[in-house]
Design a protein around this ligand. Structure first.
Ligand code: AMP
Length: 399
């Protein structure tokens, strides 16, 4: 039977209180299924997307364990693919661990020597929880002062994304430094065979949980425009001009496109923030923070922020380019219409992205409406993805 309240999990009362303070009275499905075995010390593999409450599903048992067995040294290690996600997870540890007096640290690259020294100091003097991106943690580990012998829990968050980013070997390397006796909680938005392979290598008789349904929430209105690349900036300008939108998130494939779109939107007197790899980590974090607190209307970003980042109440998501991975489409549009709100997601499809978009439509088992371009914007290429093209060639041959 699934548990209905946090108290029923046997969690420390301080943690239950912290959840209540945050307004979370009822566990989400992933929390109901993941917290009890995690508290028992079992290994776990959970297929759950961002937005399901998965972060608290591992943060709570980790904190619970530390409260009940305090001691010296680093007791839990969370590995996450991006700096942004690491910071966000660390913030959940901070929020939920506040009353419990548990301290955590986010360890990631892209900061200056002061950042490095702070991380080094915290890693050597011992924080309870380290939330790290793989590359930076390995840099510290290689210098020999990080002791992971007291680790009781390792969490791998967004494991599929980490493998996509080429972190497989790094993760195995890190795991070699971790004490033999620990539990591992592995979270992944998707379960491709390579994740199963990794699970076999590092998990011990894991409890399996599957929460993710690769379908966008029903309350997201999805639409697409067939448009040539050269007309995209103008189309975006038309779509946003004069609209009373407080929170728009636009994803583009390249930093060049991000800069171009940001410039176009600024010329419309919209307030715009940009995130791409030419900006340093501090600037990216600050931009994200300002956007979250509604200090500007539009955030234009490369896909570094598409996964895992929790921003609530976005009015409109725009895919300036079709995402390469259909799962990313679902993740991106999952940024809108969270917590029972409704939202709109618009995708711009050029001729060469049509096949990719059809893969998305297959995944979400829905044909997305292709809206006519507004007046003044030339019609785009007709929608003829490969399968349809093959079909029409075939019927022509038969005729
Ligand atoms: P996540 O999937 O971890 O990114 O969480 C998505 C959002 O759900 C975050 O804003 C969490 O703070 C929120 N959340 C987590 N647990 C609960 C809960 N039990 N009830 C309501 N919201 C929650």
């Amino acid at each position: 039977m699934t548990k209905q309240t946090f108290t029923e999990f046997g969690l420390n009362p301080e943690l239950v209180e912290a959840m209540t303070m945050m307004g979370y009275k009822t566990p989400t499905p992933v929390q109901s299924q993941a917290i009890p075995p995690a508290i028992e010390g079992r290994d776990l593999i959970a297929c759950a997307q961002t937005g399901t409450g998965k972060t608290a599903a591992f943060v709570l048992p980790v904190l619970n364990n530390i409260i009940h067995q305090p001691g010296n040294g680093i007791k839990a290690l969370v590995i996450a693919p991006t700096r942004e996600l690491a910071v966000q997870i660390d913030q959940q540890f901070l929020g939920l661990g506040y009353y419990a007096n548990v301290c955590s640290l986010a360890v990631y690259g892209g900061n200056d020597s002061v950042g490095w020294d702070q991380q080094k100091k915290a890693l050597t003097t011992g924080v309870d929880v380290v939330v790290a991106t793989p590359g930076r943690l390995i840099s510290h580990l290689n210098l020999g002062y990080v002791n992971l012998n007291e680790i009781r829990t390792v969490v791998l968050d967004e494991a599929d994304r980490m493998l996509d980013m080429g972190f497989f070997e790094d993760i195995l390397k890190i795991m070699k430094h971790v004490s033999a006796k620990h539990q591992t909680l592995m979270y992944s938005a998707t379960m491709p065979p390579k994740i199963r392979d990794m699970a076999k290598k590092i998990l011990n008789e894991p409890v399996e949980i599957s929460i993710a349904i690769s379908k966008p929430a029903e309350n997201v209105l999805q639409a697409a425009y067939l448009v040539y690349d050269k007309d995209k900036p103008q189309l975006i300008a038309q779509l946003l001009k004069g609209k009373d939108l407080s929170s728009v998130l636009l994803f583009a494939a390249t930093k060049i496109a991000v800069k171009l779109v940001a410039k176009t939107l600024k010329s419309l007197k919209l307030t715009v923030g940009e995130i791409h790899s030419d900006l340093d980590q501090k600037t990216r974090e600050e931009t994200l923070r300002l956007y979250k607190s509604r200090k500007f209307q539009v955030l234009v970003a490369t896909d570094i922020v598409s996964r895992g980042i929790d921003i609530e109440g976005i009015d409109l998501i725009i895919n300036y380019d079709v995402p390469r991975d259909p799962e990313d489409y679902v993740h991106r549009i999952g940024r809108t219409a969270r917590a029972k709100q409704s939202g709109v997601a618009i995708t711009l499809i050029n001729e060469k992205d049509q096949n990719e978009f059809q893969r998305i439509e297959k995944l979400i088992e829905r044909v997305v409406v292709k809206s006519p371009t507004p007046e003044g914007i030339p019609d785009g290429p007709a929608y003829q993805p490969m399968q349809q093209r093959r079909r029409s060639q075939y019927s022509r041959r038969r005729r």
